[in-house]
Write a protein that binds this ligand. Structure first.
Ligand code: UFG
Length: 340
């Protein structure tokens, strides 16, 4: 049993990870400013895991508060989710993204150094690969200049951790590069809670089906893909959560092969926008209202992960299917509607 600080632990991926950590026997402490989540997330974590995490609400940009927290609690390792994540918003407000995402990380790493906490898992993104020439994308696929300030904060965040491993003996970091996390807890009682109009495909689908949005727009059907719509590696959020437990236990167990390690988190399979819609309609029996619109700026045509390294080295494999992703996302949307 270890004490794991989960920053951003009331958010979408953070809350699912908190549940899996508790189920694996760990103690979870959460810091979140609730800027993109609500306090009810703690109730959901408690209900689905059997234990309520320790929780404090503050901004990680406040270094004094971060230092106080590290002084108050015994922490064995950190999973750092807390960050802004809307690509379009980051283009409109770049400094908001650099200040929030990078200053927060710097404060956490500083506090780790002072408190001699050695291990951190960092939420990174497949966005660092842009549109690779060769698919699937492996961890060696070249990182390309970021398309957005958001993507840049992920690249700089990884570099900050590399620099810290060089500066500090025994400091270990694992960057997990997520492909497209979707879906919800199998109970349908925990999932993504987008504020405002969703940017991402899955919440837009479920909100359209439940009547909150009129119509889903498919951004482009003239890509060079089998059905013309863009291809992504969608991965169930609970599989992503379980990968974090593996990464944390790897570091705490002293099994890291180098101070900085990278793993892709995907299924290794690409699905088109149209295939996601088909899966949703098939598993839920709902008819989705959609039409084709022009391509969205900044979108790549297709990307999916090589999962070899995560499978062999991390000992983790995504288990849940696209149908399980779309059905669980729908259960969650219906659960939210039932609470209104
Ligand atoms: N899409 C639509 N209609 C919508 C929303 C999305 O057709 O209303 C399409 C997009 O054009 C894209 C696919 O659905 O082809 C997936 O789009 P998402 O916005 O769900 O996901 P992205 O692949 O654009 O972005 C995600 C994360 C980013 C991350 C990126 C890395 O949201 O944070 O993956 O690849 F940077």
């Amino acid at each position: 049993m270890s004490n794991i600080l989960v920053t951003g632990g009331t958010g979408y991926i953070g809350s699912h990870t908190a549940i899996e950590l508790i189920k694996a026997g760990h103690e979870v402490l959460i810091i979140d400013d609730l800027s993109n989540s609500t306090i009810e997330s703690l109730d959901r974590i408690e209900k689905l895991s059997g234990k309520r995490p320790i929780f404090e609400q503050f901004k990680l940009r406040d270094s004094a508060k971060v230092d106080d927290f590290f002084e108050e609690y015994d922490i064995d390792a950190i999973i750092h989710f807390a960050a802004y994540k809307a690509v379009g918003e980051s283009v409109a407000h770049p400094m908001m993204y650099y200040k929030n995402n990078l200053v927060s990380l710097a404060n956490v790493v500083d506090a780790m150094t002072t408190s001699k906490v050695k291990n951190i898992v960092f939420s990174s993104s497949a966005t660092v690969y842009g549109q690779p020439d060769v698919l699937p994308a492996t961890e060696e696929t070249p990182v390309v200049p970021a398309e957005s300030p958001y993507g840049n904060t992920k690249q700089i965040g990884e570099q900050m951790l590399i620099d810290q491993t060089i500066a500090t003996e025994n400091f270990n970091a694992i960057a997990l590069r997520y492909f497209n996390p979707i879906g919800a807890h199998e109970s349908g009682e925990n999932g993504e809670l987008p504020t405002g109009t969703p940017n991402n495909l899955m919440p837009f689908i479920t909100q359209t089906a439940i009547g909150l949005r009129d119509e889903l727009k498919i951004f482009g059907d003239d890509y060079n893909t089998p059905d013309g719509t863009a291809v992504r590696d969608y991965i169930h959020v609970v599989d992503i959560a379980k990968a974090h437990v593996k990464a944390i236990e790897r570091m705490i167990g002293g099994k890291s092969e180098s101070q900085f390690e990278i793993f892709n988190l995907g299924t290794g399979k690409g699905f088109s926008v149209k295939e996601v819609i088909d899966s949703f309609e098939k598993t839920t029996g709902e008819k989705l209202n959609y039409s084709v619109a022009p391509r969205r700026g900044g979108d790549v045509e297709q990307i999916y992960a090589s999962t070899d390294k995560a499978n062999k080295v991390l000992g983790w494999k995504a288990e849940l299917s696209l149908d399980e992703m779309t059905l669980s996302a729908w259960k969650w949307e219906k659960y939210l509607a039932s609470k209104k």
